[in-house]
Write a protein of this length. Structure first.
Length: 83
């Protein structure tokens, strides 16, 4: 029976002073380097998704306004118009 690989080793490089700060932060938070990196990556990913969502909202709002859609009532009228 084949065992599925669940982890992959990733090597990164950074300036020495940054590496020392990273290690200090890991010790202060009582986490190892891998756990700290995973948490940092997930936080970055979450923030990035939020920013993408805000950009899409801004784009959608501008598009709706160009088409004269300003309220939820306007959206409902548009949705039920063709039914």
């Amino acid at each position: 029976m084949e065992k599925k690989k669940t982890r992959a080793a990733v090597t990164i490089s950074m300036p020495q002073d940054m590496a020392e700060e990273y290690d200090k932060l890991a010790r202060r938070l009582a986490k190892n380097r891998s756990v700290l990196f995973r948490e940092m990556f997930l936080a970055y990913k979450k923030q990035n998704l939020k920013e993408e969502f805000r950009e899409l909202q801004t784009y959608g709002t501008a598009l709706a306004q160009q088409k004269g859609i300003f309220t939820e009532s306007d959206v409902e009228k548009l949705v039920f118009e063709g039914r």
